[in-house]
Write a protein that binds this ligand. Structure first.
Ligand SMILES: [Zn+2]
Length: 146
């Protein structure tokens, strides 16, 4: 596993761990399986990072590059409303920043190679899934499937 993927896995692990601890500390909510659903999905993503599964790569990119900016804009809205406790802002800003970082790390060439997302024939990074679980990829440039 390349260092960039190790770091992305660590970031995902911190978020999943934080979520589980947050749920356990929330005494108002009755324990249920539903509240651990997102943690379960996160666990599957981490397992996919470890095994190099393309679907986990796709979800990691999506969460990092879509949810990260959404949380960043939410933070900006919070700042603009005058809620500017410096420590709180630092903690809240670390959340979207590390999610965006995870998404960017997964897009690096060595990360793409680890997830077998570089065409073995022409070396193109323009690949897409041919099935729902992304078990097979197809090169957009030359049409090779692997
Ligand atoms: Zn190709």
């Amino acid at each position: 596993m390349p260092p960039a993927v190790k770091l992305a896995t660590a970031i995902a692990g911190i978020f999943i761990g934080g979520q589980v601890v947050g749920q356990l500390l929330n005494r108002d909510a009755a324990p249920s399986l539903a509240m651990f659903g997102p943690a379960g999905i996160g666990g599957l993503i981490i397992a996919g990072f470890v095994t190099g599964h393309r679907l986990a790569w796709q979800w990691g990119r999506l969460i990092g590059l879509v949810l990260g900016p959404v949380f960043l804009f939410a933070l900006l809205a919070f700042v603009l409303q005058g809620g500017n406790n410096p420590l709180m802002l630092l903690v809240v800003a670390a959340f979207p920043a590390s999610l965006i970082w995870m998404g960017l790390l997964l897009g690096l060439p060595k990360s793409r190679a680890y997830f077998r997302l570089i065409c073995p024939d022409c070396g193109s990074k323009e690949v897409k899934a041919t099935d729902f679980l992304y078990n097979t990829a197809k090169c957009e440039k030359c049409g090779r499937r692997w």
